[in-house]
Design a protein around this ligand. Structure first.
Ligand code: ATP
Ligand code: MN
Length: 430
């Protein structure tokens, strides 16, 4: 018989089904064993009665260790008091593998220990719930763009030049030439947008971050969209629709996971479109009113972002940052060239920047000038400049950090739990 997923148990009430999984926990009362089985999709209680299953097998099951793998067959019934809301009355059980002493027991463990055992830590219900939500978010993002006729155009991971300086780049030997791991697909996205109109890429991004924070990984996933003929306002509108779409999907599909994580879903449900939009200059005012010493022209740090976002119950766009602190390709505001037509999206509840985006320079002369001002080698950008030579158009784009989005929607304190195997400063194992 085909095995069924615990998550789908509501469809099998009154039926004999097989579940393939692992023993998460068990307790017994002499004649009955209550097994908690996990199968990756959820948890379910399986009830083993000695009289029904026979003395010998009963004894074997009694001695089953945590994380032993089993196939259990039995009758499903509704049981609101049981984890997941369903229970199985076991008629047969096959032991697939007996586990050795499992290091992650049901008592509390320190986070360093857990991180060293990440390959096992991901089996715990909390971690598995996060990873299921992550998967749902990835699917939702792809669906969002698919439904809007965006073309998925993958950007290269190995790149010849640094798009925003080399300090954060992982260098590699490209058969004698210097290559770098991509820290953004944006420049290639711009070329793809001129070829295909509206595009996105979704891939791993590498940044040799040098400080330990709760928000930075050295390898993370970014979804980056680029749209021909979009200005800064079109860009923000698309982003808020995307975030709204993702929130709705997670609320529709992941309620039990959010419950496992004890996420306050009311905060997510309360988020409405459109999101507030404030200028960098207005954001600086908020900081000053909060008693912060802050000079116009400086970049925001994480504490600043938290203060700014605490004024809103939804994500907030901060637009028109000082030109001097933003990348060379950002288009200066024609009404005030001291600022650029860029916007970052700050998540509520102190989760900080989840999107960076903006309108790009479309004028060849200005772009060349900015490359020179940033002391970047113009030769390296010859192909990029071509995009302004051959049919230049206003265009905009953005990059959403997947892990920060997962951290926010799941309500996690630290980004290390948002990806199966996080890459962090001085930490590569496992
Ligand atoms: P920050 O200032 O917070 O370091 P950034 O301005 O360098 O971020 P961008 O270059 O704008 O980031 O990248 C776009 C998005 O990618 C960010 O909004 C964020 O969601 C995500 N991101 C950037 N760096 C990291 C990182 N090291 N780990 C995880 N996500 C990141
Ligand atoms: Mn940014």
């Amino acid at each position: 018989m085909e095995a069924v997923l615990i998550k789908k148990m509501s469809q099998h009430v009154g039926q004999q089904v097989t579940v393939q999984g692992w023993v998460y926990n068990q307790r017994s009362s002499g004649k009955i064993i209550f097994l908690i089985i996990r199968d990756g999709s959820g948890l379910m209680q399986a009830v083993v009665v000695k009289q029904e299953i026979g003395e010998e097998l009963f004894k074997k099951i009694r001695s089953l260790t945590q994380e032993s793998s089993v196939r259990v067959k039995g009758l499903v019934r509704e049981e609101p008091r049981s984890v997941g809301g369903y229970e199985m009355n076991v008629t047969s059980l096959e032991i697939v593998g007996v586990a050795e002493d499992y290091p992650i027991t049901h008592k509390e463990h320190g986070v360093d220990f857990l991180a060293e055992h990440r390959h096992l830590w991901i089996r715990t219900p909390r971690q598995a719930a996060i990873l299921r939500i992550r998967s749902e978010i990835e699917h939702a993002l792809r669906n969002f763009f698919y439904e809007r006729d965006f073309i998925l155009a993958d950007a290269p991971i190995i790149t010849p030049a640094a798009c925003e300086g080399t300090t954060n780049l992982f260098e590699l030997d490209y058969h004698g030439e210097k290559g770098y791991l991509s820290q953004s697909g944006q420049l290639y996205n711009e070329a793809n947008a001129m070829a295909l109109g509206r595009i996105y890429c979704f891939g791993p991004t590498f940044r040799a971050e040098r400080s330990k924070t709760r928000r930075h990984l050295l390898e993370f996933w970014m979804i980056e969209a680029e749209m021909a003929y979009y200005d800064i306002d079109d860009n923000m509108k698309l982003q808020e629709e995307m975030i709204g779409y993702v929130i709705q999907r997670v609320l529709d599909k992941c309620l039990s996971e959010l419950k496992t994580l004890e996420r306050d879903v009311e905060k997510l449900k309360a988020i409405k479109l459109p999101f507030p939009r404030i200028s960098y200059t207005e954001a600086v005012e908020i900081l000053k009113q909060a008693g912060e010493e802050f000079t116009w022209g400086d970049d925001f740090g994480a504490p600043h972002e938290t203060i700014i976002s605490s004024h809103f119950n939804a994500p907030v766009f901060v637009h028109r940052y000082p030109t001097a602190i933003k990348a060379f390709y950002m288009k200066p505001d024609p009404d005030n060239p001291e600022v650029v037509l860029g916007a970052d999206l700050l998540a509520p509840e102190g989760y900080g920047e989840i999107i960076g985006g903006g309108q790009r320079i479309d004028d060849l002369t200005l772009l060349k000038q900015r490359i020179a001002e940033h002391k970047l080698p113009e030769e390296a950008f010859a192909w990029y400049l071509d995009l302004r030579r051959f049919g230049t158009v206003p265009h905009s784009g953005f990059g959403l950090g997947l892990e920060r989005t997962v951290a926010w929607l799941c309500g996690l304190e630290h980004i290390r739990e948002t990806i199966p195997f996080p890459r962090m400063l001085h930490k590569m194992y496992p």
